[in-house]
Design a protein around this ligand. Structure first.
Ligand SMILES: *Cc1c(COP(=O)(O)O)cnc(C)c1O
Length: 729
């Protein structure tokens, strides 16, 4: 994930919307590498120090006008961190830098590079980000109501917050933990288990030795915070699990990724069915105005309502796109294509010159670049799951497709592989080698040093944006969102954002939602889908035009792309969702309930008692109309009896869980409805009758059952408690 870009867009949108947000990170002074692709197609990477004096970044000063330096203890030494500030509009971003004289030598490079070192370096970085980060905000005078952890790398912040609350309020670990839960949100950004750091117990012991004594808990209780219940201590301390266990709210970054995350982390809540575990989703977006090409933005200024830039997330804003004359939109798009052709030519020329090619040889590769040819772009990190070489699976067929005289097609690639990722680098070499094959010489291009600058030209200058990750491993993806608001049409696997963004008229889908027996079968199916769709749909649509004219059919795709994604996949929409569904509900919870220690203690006592007595709850039923044939539209009343020994009925939610029973015994179209106490419920017994009426949306064999879940005003998500009682038949 390119957190840098995504978080940058997150901050810009917060600034636009006036959301009071402050951000903390590490200053990776040596964080970005320049990529070269040599004559053999090998990636060469060169790390360079960023030039701090040429960036809008400044050291924060303390009261005496000196550079602000904070410190945390680490292994018997103090670790000092210089603080830098970047203003992103109205939002402040603070970056911590360990590369200062005051530090012992081995601490100086902690913040040098992202993913630079071994596990020990990683735990140090994460202690800085999480624990020093909390301290930094305090020193700067911030007192955030809600902390948002993006990915598990920052989840040690929960440990620091718990400590601070214990000290400030003189409360126990458990009470402090409840308070911290009401202040924390965790967003998981990856669908693969390896995306979360797991630290060996030796490292945890080394860096956190004794913290459990300060907390008043045992070492084992402490370590279990980063583990699933079923795991033994040896499995290591998982940063993602820590964040999931403590945070009040949790989310994935697209609808599909939410579902995948619920499965992936199902055993954090073993009692709750995976599809109901408490992880929601907020789909990633892009800071639209930052990613629109200047001439495209000007065109929108002309045709969209005034102040459209302030109403990015309003879908009505984008409907006006249809009023742009096709010829205008195409003319502006062509300008972007021509600009991209120049960028490709320069990039390739530079690369080939360094590899010792003469000008004539180079011209051989670039002179036939054609802005009128259908141009397909693929640019992203060369991680293997993105399958950059999938389109080459059948070279013969691709040769036919690219070399059609009347309907030529060009392919342009760009991307970096992590310097330690040998397989990723091999993908670059494969594409390089294929691009050198005689039949592809002026058809396939691979650009050096993919970065935001090159991304800008690509996402606005090609016609089709290709994305073929191995479903469902793309959590969201954002480059396709950047492309589509510029009128570049997506052609993508139904994964990440496109699984919800594709509507049948705004681009094309690769493959299906099927699960495959093997990677090989999946690759074959998906590559065939690519060729078929190119041959039968994309190429005909692009070239469906009169001599010298434009393709109305294509313009329709372009406009549908812009209209359907401009608002929905903006960081404005994303921030509004974070604010309405996550930030504000937590702020309200904290302010209304968690600042009052007595309330928190009562709540904790209630939780404890509920857990202890949960098994005494019994659900029974007197009538039985289960698995009967009913018609759609029928309204039926269902009831059950719930025995609640020593339970306040206000603290449970009794629910009917129902759906259509299919022939194979599974239940379809599941709904859940909360039931009410029946009027004539027996007064002084601990058995209470609950009932509700439900309207059936589908006919057929209908089945239902009852269940009880905990309910409390201070319970942020009822599934968080991992308690559920089903009726036993
Ligand atoms: C937007 C962007 C990305 C992210 O693209 P994905 O589709 O999520 O892989 C990566 N790198 C750069 C330079 C970008 O601009």
């Amino acid at each position: 994930m390119d957190f840098g870009i995504l978080s940058g867009d997150h901050l810009k949108a917060s600034s636009d919307l006036g959301i009071p947000l402050v951000a903390v990170g590490l200053l990776y002074k040596n964080g970005y590498f320049t990529q070269r692709i040599n004559a053999f197609g090998h990636q060469e990477s060169e790390y360079q120090n960023i030039d701090l004096y040429n960036l809008p970044i400044n050291p924060v000063k303390d009261d005496l006008g000196e550079d602000l330096v904070i410190s945390i203890p680490m292994l018997g030494n103090d670790l000092y961190l210089k603080v830098w500030e970047i203003k992103v509009g109205r939002v402040n971003l603070y970056l911590m830098d360990s590369d200062i004289e005051k530090n012992i030598e081995e601490y100086k490079n902690i913040t040098l590079r992202l993913y630079g070192g071994d596990k020990e370096m990683r735990i140090r970085q994460e202690i800085v980000l999480g624990m020093a980060g909390v301290k930094l905000l305090k020193v700067l005078g911030y007192n955030p109501t809600v902390y948002h952890m993006n990915e598990g790398h920052s989840s040690f912040l929960t440990l620091q917050l718990i400590k601070d609350v214990m000290d400030e309020k003189q409360v126990s670990f458990n009470i402090a933990k409840e308070i911290v839960t009401s202040k924390t949100i965790f967003t998981t950004h990856t669908p693969v288990p390896a995306g979360n750091d797991i630290f060996d117990l030796s490292l945890m012991d080394k860096y956190f030795n004794g913290i459990w004594d300060e907390y008043g808990i045992t070492r084992e209780e402490f370590l279990k915070l980063g583990m699933r219940e079923t795991e033994n201590l040896e499995s290591g301390f998982n940063m993602g699990i820590l964040a999931l266990r403590i945070s009040g709210k949790k989310n994935g970054v697209s609808k599909l990724h939410g579902a995948v995350s619920r499965e992936l982390f199902a055993d954090v809540w073993p009692e709750i069915a995976p599809n109901e575990s408490p992880i929601t989703y907020v789909t990633n977006g892009i800071h639209t105005c930052s990613w629109l090409a200047p001439n495209i933005k000007e065109l929108y200024n002309e045709y969209l309502v005034p102040y459209w830039q302030e109403n990015i997330h309003d879908n009505n804003t984008w409907k006006k796109i249809s009023s742009i004359p096709d010829e205008r939109l195409w003319a502006e798009h062509l300008k972007r294509k021509e600009r991209l052709m120049t960028v490709i030519k320069e990039n390739i020329t530079e690369r080939f010159r360094k590899s010792g090619y003469g000008y004539e040889q180079i011209a051989d590769f670039t002179s036939k670049l054609n802005p009128n040819a259908l141009t397909i772009g693929f640019a992203r990190r060369f991680a293997t799951y993105k399958r950059a070489t999938l389109i080459f699976k059948d070279i013969e067929r691709l040769t036919q497709i690219l070399n059609d005289k009347d309907r030529p097609v060009q392919l342009v690639f760009a991307g970096k592989a992590h310097p330690a990722d040998i397989e990723g680098q091999d993908l670059i070499k494969q594409i390089h080698d294929i691009a050198m094959m005689p039949q592809f010489k002026e058809k396939i291009f691979i650009l050096e040093n993919y970065n935001m600058n090159i991304a800008r030209y690509l996402i606005s200058g090609v016609d089709v944006w290709l994305n073929n990750p191995r479903r469902p491993m793309e959590a969201s993806g954002t480059s396709g969102e950047k492309a589509s608001v510029n009128g570049v049409v997506n052609f993508s696997v139904l994964d990440g954002w496109w699984a919800e963004g594709y509507n049948g008229t705004n681009g094309w889908a690769i493959g299906t939602n099927a699960n495959y027996e093997s990677y090989d079968i999946q690759d074959t199916a998906d590559s065939n889908s690519i060729y078929n769709t190119l041959e039968n749909k994309i190429i005909p649509a692009y070239y469906n035009k009169p001599e010298g004219g434009i393709s109305k059919e294509w313009l329709k795709y372009m406009k549908n792309s812009i209209i359907s994604t401009g608002g929905n996949y903006s960081t404005s929409r994303m921030l509004v969702e974070y604010t309405e569904n996550l930030y504000l509900p937590l702020c309200d919870q904290y302010n209304q309930n968690f600042t009052d220690l007595e309330k928190v203690m009562d709540f904790y006592k209630w939780k404890k008692a509920a857990k202890e007595r949960w098994n005494e709850i019994e659900i029974t039923q007197n009538d039985n109309i289960d698995n009967v044939k009913l018609n759609a539209g029928d309204v039926i009343t269902v009831s059950c009896f719930v025995k609640l020994p020593n339970f306040d009925p206000n603290n449970v939610s009794v629910q009917v869980y129902y759906g259509q029973i299919l022939e194979n015994g599974t239940v379809n179209n599941i709904s859940v409805t909360e039931m009410k106490k029946a009027d004539k419920s027996s007064e002084n017994s601990d058995v209470i009758k609950y009932e509700t009426s439900i309207k059936l949306t589908t006919g057929g064999n209908f089945g239902y059952t009852f269940r009880v879940m905990p309910k409390h005003d201070m319970l942020i998500d009822s599934a968080n408690m991992n308690l559920i009682k089903w009726m036993v038949k």
